[in-house]
Design a binder for this molecule. Structure first.
Ligand SMILES: [Zn+2]
Length: 343
């Protein structure tokens, strides 16, 4: 059973592939503030699905760092007993949700939307003769789509046929058939973003060769399960939104529920002086959040975020509640925000 949408539901969903850095902290604060401004709740979900990349202990430190910033997340209350094992202290852990992802994958298989792919990464790069490449590598050229490789064959990835997916669930009103491969997102901060999913994305992976479920599938299954009404996350994930909208619609169709994809708000990324996304490896980055909070108080850092957005003067000290009360909307309508160290 899916959660009822009685209010605005947002989520902060970090991957514990390392500790939070300042760019992650900015995203966490903005995500939490957005939920507060909409008088909704903000859930915490640990996206620890990519187990080979998960760093031991990082999830616990993320929870601690968020608490140090003053971010109190709302507990997720499970509506179905079957999902109970994935929730601990109101926090959802993706690594405990594999049964739900397998069920969703099976629904897509039953609808004829999935095929097995044997291509290696090198095959895909070689096949990409056109310079046109998607955000996650080359657009899949369709090599294995009609080969009928058994889905349970060893060493295959499972991909979704975007031609069928788009024909059934693309935005209506385009093309002769009333549907087209174009899916548009009316993003709260980044404006209108549209993809032709057949040419811009191609058949995308829902289960990897190593057997792990893909980010795209897991996020949609969990956002549906948790009743998320608005996805707030970094602008680097804007290109995922059309695919996720299609998966939302396909999964809703398969279980006979109304298609209700969330709305999206992709927040600007903190970038360094060269326009590169701030990461823990950026030369100008002040390092990991845990270390920063030893030098700078949480209110000083949050005040600094607001100053970078131009909504307060430099040197302000703010709690997350005070940050959430600021007029942030216009300030967030850009793809990047330049980082400069406080003081
Ligand atoms: Zn293939």
């Amino acid at each position: 059973m899916l959660a009822e949408r009685t209010q605005s539901v947002g989520r902060y969903a970090p991957s514990p592939t390392g500790d939070l850095h300042v760019g992650n902290a900015f995203a966490a604060v903005v995500t939490w503030a957005r939920a507060r401004q909409r008088r909704g709740c903000c859930l915490l979900r640990i996206e620890d699905l990519d187990t080979p990349r998960v760093v031991a202990g990082a999830a616990g430190r993320i929870v601690k760092d968020c608490a140090a910033l003053g971010l109190a997340f709302d507990p997720f209350v499970v509506a179905d007993a079957a999902g109970d094992e994935a929730v601990q202290d109101g926090v959802v852990w993706q690594s405990r949700r594999t049964r739900a992802y397998a069920d969703a994958l099976q629904a897509l298989v039953d609808d004829g939307l999935v095929f097995a792919c044997r291509c290696s990464r090198r095959d895909l790069q070689r096949a990409a003769s056109a310079p046109h490449a998607g955000d996650e590598g080359p657009v899949y050229p369709g090599t294995c789509r009609e080969l009928g490789i058994p889905l349970d064959a060893p060493d295959v990835a499972l991909r979704v046929r975007v031609d069928r997916l788009a024909r059934r669930h693309g935005d209506p009103g385009h093309g002769a058939a009333g549907h087209s491969a174009v899916v548009a997102v009316d993003d709260a901060w980044q404006g209108c973003f549209a993809h032709d999913v057949t040419t811009d994305v191609g058949d995308f992976v829902v289960r990897r060769r190593d057997g792990l479920f893909s980010y795209q599938l897991a996020v949609v299954v969990d956002d549906r399960w948790q009743g998320v009404t608005e996805v707030v996350r970094g602008a680097d994930l804007l290109a995922s939104a059309p695919r996720q909208i299609l998966l939302h619609r396909a999964l809703a169709a398969s279980d006979g529920t109304p298609p209700r994809p969330p709305s999206f708000a992709h927040l600007p990324l903190l970038v360094d002086g060269d326009g590169q996304r701030l990461s823990k490896r950026s030369p100008q980055a002040p390092g990991l959040l845990g270390a920063v909070l030893q030098q700078t108080s949480a209110p000083a850092l949050i005040g600094h975020f607001a100053a970078l957005l131009g909504v307060v003067v430099a040197g302000a000290r703010l709690t997350v509640e005070e940050f959430a009360a600021l007029p942030l909307e216009a300030a967030l309508q850009r793809p990047t925000v330049g980082w400069a160290p406080p003081g």
